[in-house]
Design a protein around this ligand. Structure first.
Ligand code: GLN
Ligand code: ZN
Length: 759
């Protein structure tokens, strides 16, 4: 039995890579300094794995920005506009990742997309008809040699040709198929060169195999690898898959001459069944992904060992593997100083997972596992309750939820009438998504409070002052439905997590989200409940300053859960329902305290949609949508419920979105050419809609005219009585001046349309 790691975090336990890169971007350190930081981080990771005894240690999993982008440069997929800048290779690379603005030109970055169902983002390679794909770079060789010089044999990791082509964007007439031969040939060169170096193994990551595959997809995959294997190599190939099972191509992959295949037993619902029904070729090593690479909980050894025993009869040799790259978990528990040991004892971040792999291997190989302390401790740990995790009252409350609790009455149409009357809003009512610019003073004040330099009261006074200014600004702009500005929040999930019972917070548990941006997700430790109101004070204060409706502002249960590390002892569904009950209590408290409009953000609802379509309704929307409805079903008909989503790619789940049964939904639309409007129309979307009229991700101030144009397009497609006017998303990241100018143009545009369409 072997041990293997699919990939390791790159950012460093103290986010060294982030800070060095940002210094480099600012020109504060040299390229050499940045490279030195990178070399040290790589060496540190390799040594950890090597000293622990890991058999398959990854290299080339390091990246200055993103692995897809690395693969694009490796394969010469560099759009001309970046090449034309004539920069040094590393700077050219960064220009693709971040855009370039300087004396050599002005180019935007490549598009960025979410990496499967994680919170990591990759850069989307662009291929046009003139792109020539061949092996151009040498990063895998350089990093392999770097490790070799330390006396460590590694397996270079490269994104496989199939996944690379499937995730790339084709700008011209040519498609994946037209590039298949050249792409395969590039991997032939890669393998030949690695063979010359004496590299034992190459890992090719093909996560796209866990999606639903068409016949053409399977053919593309097979043709790529048949071409690659038309030659033989000294270097063996490990085909690595993760984030699900490979039910659509199991036969194909097991009949190709891979020397190892990585299967995900954590997220792959059907993986075990596939192995049992079809067997696994005895001449290949099965890299069994059984240590969760996406979550922070310790592995349950008893469970894992019985799984290993279950698969043993079907395969030859096995390697105990992580279920995916450890990129998606923080580096180490060691640097957490604030959480008590009884909590920390339950966690395994990347470094601790190395130990788990080694322990699992020695326990699996032992004659009598009961004699091994690591095993006994693990069994004991899982047999004992987690301190403060269980709350019978919460469990019972979730059990008692009835279908009728998830239904708001009266039905939408009737509520719409009642609310039109109550609020008397004009046609094309204007609003914003919630947050206003988090200027330096806001962050400074929050930091001061954290450090104990100011009192709670002083902080409160400051926040009230900000809210008052914000309300005044909105009044002077003539907005119709106001917000308080969210100055008290650093983050829309953390804020609630910190106030709900059942969540834990770490100090250093950062995970790379994209490039140098890292996030620190809260941990759902136990049953979740609300102890006291979380937002009422701010909303009530804000409402006291104006006669216009003030929106209460909450984050929805699905988003709170999706942006946290979930529990593994109860289902995601159950945790979400617990959070839903807590947020429901907050909704009712807001209503009781005179708040007439309440927005419940579900920014992350779309992003956790299962990778396979057949699971969308059965395994996700079937509980996520009712959980949302549970949050607001208790309010009076005249209370208006808004929701917000950060994207508009919900064409294929549009019915489910309508089924959330909010009164108003605002979403991002300005960047997607308003394509969503057609499907809203086709589906007779009942919910009132505010498709964002301008992009808040850029400092650009939209003109009144372009907003009018956007609105006219909306009026063409949707009943004007259902339209709201608002920006794309919260204004938190913007500056004050551009925000005021943009909102002023937005309200002017709304006025113009109002005049034109009122009869
Ligand atoms: N209400 C939040 C805000 O305005 C929504 C943020 C989001 O959708 N990401 O900041
Ligand atoms: Zn948003």
């Amino acid at each position: 039995m072997y041990t293997s790691i699919t990939g390791y975090p790159r950012i460093g336990a103290e986010r060294e890579l982030k800070f060095a890169s940002e210094k480099y971007f600012r020109g504060d350190i040299s390229r050499k300094d940045l490279e030195k930081t990178a070399t040290n981080l790589r060496a540190g990771a390799w040594k950890k794995m090597y000293e622990a005894g890991v058999d398959f240690i990854p290299s080339n999993d390091f990246s200055f920005y993103d692995g897809m982008l690395d693969t694009a440069t490796l394969l010469n997929v560099v759009p001309q506009r970046y090449r034309a800048l004539g920069l040094e290779p590393l700077d050219e690379y960064f220009s693709m990742a971040r855009g370039y603005q300087g004396d050599r030109g002005d180019v935007k970055a490549l598009a960025m997309k979410k990496w499967f169902n994680t919170n990591y983002h990759y850069m989307v390679p662009e291929i046009d008809d003139n792109t020539k794909i061949f092996l151009m770079g040498d990063k895998p060789f350089r990093e392999y040699k770097e490790a070799k010089n330390l006396g460590i044999e590694t397996k270079p990791v490269v994104i496989g040709p199939y996944t690379f082509l499937k995730l790339a964007r084709f700008l011209g007439k040519k498609t994946e198929k037209d590039f298949a031969a050249d792409t395969a040939n590039a991997y032939v060169s890669l393998l030949s060169e690695l063979s010359d170096l004496g590299t034992h193994w190459l890992q090719l990551d093909e996560p796209c195999l866990v999606f639903d595959m068409t016949k053409e997809d399977t053919e593309l995959f097979t043709s790529l690898y048949e071409r690659i294997f038309s030659k033989t190599y000294r270097t063996k190939v490990l085909l690595e898959t993760y984030f699900g099972d490979v039910r659509d191509c199991y036969k194909e992959i097991t009949s190709l001459p891979f020397s190892g295949i990585g299967l995900d037993f954590v997220e792959g619902d059907k993986t075990l069944e596939l192995v049992k029904t079809n067997g696994f070729p005895k001449d290949k090593i099965l890299f069994a992904g059984i240590v969760n690479g996406k979550n922070i909980w310790k592995n349950n050894y008893q469970k894992t060992l019985s799984l290993l025993e279950e698969i043993a009869p079907y395969c030859g040799e096995t390697a105990i593997n992580t279920s995916c790259s450890l990129l998606h978990v923080p580096v180490t528990v060691k640097n957490e100083t604030r959480l008590p040991l009884e909590y920390l004892d339950r966690f395994a971040f990347a470094e601790e997972k190395i130990t788990e792999l080694e322990e699992l291997k020695s326990i699996a190989e032992a004659e009598n596992r009961e004699k091994i302390p690591a095993y006994r401790n693990n069994v004991k740990l899982f047999g004992s309750p987690r301190s403060g995790a269980d709350d019978e009252k919460v469990r019972a409350a979730v059990k008692a939820i009835k279908e009728s609790d998830c239904t708001r009455l009266p039905a939408f149409a009737e509520r719409e009438k009642i609310q039109k009357e109550r609020f008397g809003l004009p046609l094309f009512p204007t609003t914003t998504i919630g947050s206003f610019p988090q200027t330096a003073d806001v962050k400074t004040e929050r930091a001061k409070l954290r450090k104990g330099e100011i009192t709670e009261e002083e902080y409160e006074k400051f926040t009230e002052k900000k809210i008052a200014e914000c309300v005044e600004l909105q009044e002077s702009l003539g907005l119709d439905v106001l917000v308080h500005g969210e100055y008290e929040r650093n983050d829309m999930v953390e804020y609630f997590g910190e106030r709900l019972k059942g969540f834990l917070f770490t100090e250093k548990a950062w995970v790379q989200s994209y490039g140098t941006r890292c996030v620190k997700p809260p941990i759902v430790w136990g049953d979740v409940s609300r102890e006291k109101p979380m937002t009422v004070k701010w909303s009530v204060y804000a409402q006291s300053l104006t006669t216009k409706p003030m929106k209460g502002m909450l984050t929805g249960p699905v988003t709170i859960l999706n942006w946290s590390f979930p529990r593994e002892d109860i289902s995601v569904r159950e945790s979400t329902l617990q959070i839903a009950l807590a947020i429901r209590a907050e909704v009712l408290d807001l209503e009781k305290n005179g708040i007439r409009v309440i927005q419940i953000d579900e920014a992350a609802l779309r992003e956790k949609l299962p990778l396979r379509k057949c699971d969308w309704f059965r395994n996700y929307l079937d509980w996520a949508i009712p959980a949302f409805r549970l949050v607001h079903s208790g309010v009076k008909p005249e209370t208006q419920i808004h929701t917000h989503m950060c994207y508009s790619e919900f064409t294929d789940i549009i019915k489910a979105i309508d089924d959330m049964d909010a009164d108003v939904i605002t979403f991002e639309a300005s960047r997607s050419d308003l394509l969503i409007l057609d499907s809203l129309k086709e589906n007779n979307f009942k919910t009132e809609v505010g498709p964002g009229v301008y992009d808040i991700h850029s400092p650009r101030v939209p003109s009144k005219e372009e907003i009018v144009t956007a609105l006219e397009k909306m009026v063409e497609k949707l009943p004007k009585e259902k339209l709201w006017v608002n920006p794309d998303c919260g204004l938190k990241t913007r500056e004050r001046a551009e925000t005021e100018a943009s909102l002023a143009n937005m309200t002017k545009a709304a006025l113009e349309l109002r005049a034109k369409y009122s009869d």
